[in-house]
Design a protein around this ligand. Structure first.
Ligand code: AKB
Length: 316
């Protein structure tokens, strides 16, 4: 019998693409999408969909039992920028949702868990270039605090209760199908949309703000590769550093102008600049490469080419 998978937060930016890809690999009937509302009709109408409140243990358990789920991808979260506006809501959502899924695994209702961490676990005292796996971590955002604490709990549940939990520290993720919401790296998605719809973009970060980024195809590949790796290869049970490319808004503009020479940019940094300034420029992900063979494919030029051509079709 095939593995039964539940994605919580399936209407979101990463959850939605994960749902499509997992359905291709495991069969649509074996992959259940869930979210707190019907906010993404492409997902709601594409197969089994359930309303699940990630903060409510019994809501999650009911769904897990109904479909006899083996594996949960817990993708619901409040991201960095929104988290600064609603600190307690971010804490409650990000922590309760993690505990619920870890406790389901501890009680043996499910066998395996994926939970995303983020480069937001790092802070101003972390070395910024080629940030190592093991280093100073003093996150300054509520989101970053929840991710760092969450990582500690993942490792704890693995060590104490043998819970097979796996995680990566996502950089900023760039994609065209579903918009991200409430992140600091969202500019790197918005810029492509505005390049197509308006020919210009006002950026909320300074031109030289360098951040680690990744194309969605690479992020999905990393996630599924990690989940399919033999348990003994997954040596880090907090969360793996994961990297692809690093660039600034200025680098993006240069790359977009190669395809759309008339594209114009202006800069108006806001509160998100402070968040971006607390994050690394680039990440050393050698453990992921060694332990389970991680390798990225998309360069900035390849991302720009793909994003612009997909969005041109979308807005036609
Ligand atoms: C955010 O900007 O908050 C997220 C992240 C880097 O985790 N995209």
């Amino acid at each position: 019998m095939s593995e039964k998978i539940l994605i919580i937060g399936a209407c979101g930016q990463i959850g939605s693409e994960l749902t499509f890809k997992l359905r291709e690999e495991y069969g649509a009937e074996n992959v259940i999408a869930s979210d707190i509302s019907y906010s993404n009709l492409d997902i709601v109408n594409s197969g089994n969909f359930e309303i699940v409140d990630a903060q409510d243990y019994s809501s999650m358990k009911t769904c897990v039992e109904k479909y006899q789920i083996d594996t949960v991808y817990m993708m619901a979260a409040m991201l960095s920028a929104t988290g600064e506006k609603y600190p307690m809501k971010a804490w409650d959502l990000n922590m309760l949702s993690l505990f619920n899924v870890l406790n389901l695994a501890r009680a043996k209702f499910i066998k395996k868990v994926f939970w995303p961490s983020s480069i937001a676990v790092f802070g101003k005292t972390t070395p910024v270039d080629f940030t190592p796996q093991y280093t100073i971590m003093e996150p300054s955002t509520v989101y970053g605090i929840t991710k760092q604490v969450g990582e500690r709990w993942c490792e704890y549940y693995f060590n104490k209760y043998n819970v097979d939990v796996r995680s990566v520290r996502y950089p900023g993720i760039i994609s065209w199908k579903t918009l991200p919401g409430g992140g600091t790296t969202d500019y790197a998605v918005d810029i492509y949309h505005k390049a197509i719809t308006e020919g210009k973009y006002e950026c909320f970060l300074k031109p030289d703000t360098k951040l680690p980024m990744m194309y969605m195809d690479d992020a999905i590949k990393a996630t599924i590769d990690l989940m399919q790796a033999p348990a003994e290869s997954v040596k880090i049970r907090s969360s793996y550093n994961l990297a692809a490319v690093s660039f600034t808004p200025e680098d993006m503009v240069k790359s977009i102008k190669k395809v759309r020479p008339d594209f114009e940019i202006s800069y108006k940094p806001d509160y998100r600049q402070d968040i971006a300034d607390s994050w690394p420029n680039s990440i050393n992900d050698s453990y992921a490469r060694q332990d389970w063979g991680w390798k990225h494919e998309f360069s900035l030029e390849a991302i720009t080419k793909d994003m612009l051509s997909e969005l041109e079709q979308k807005y036609k």
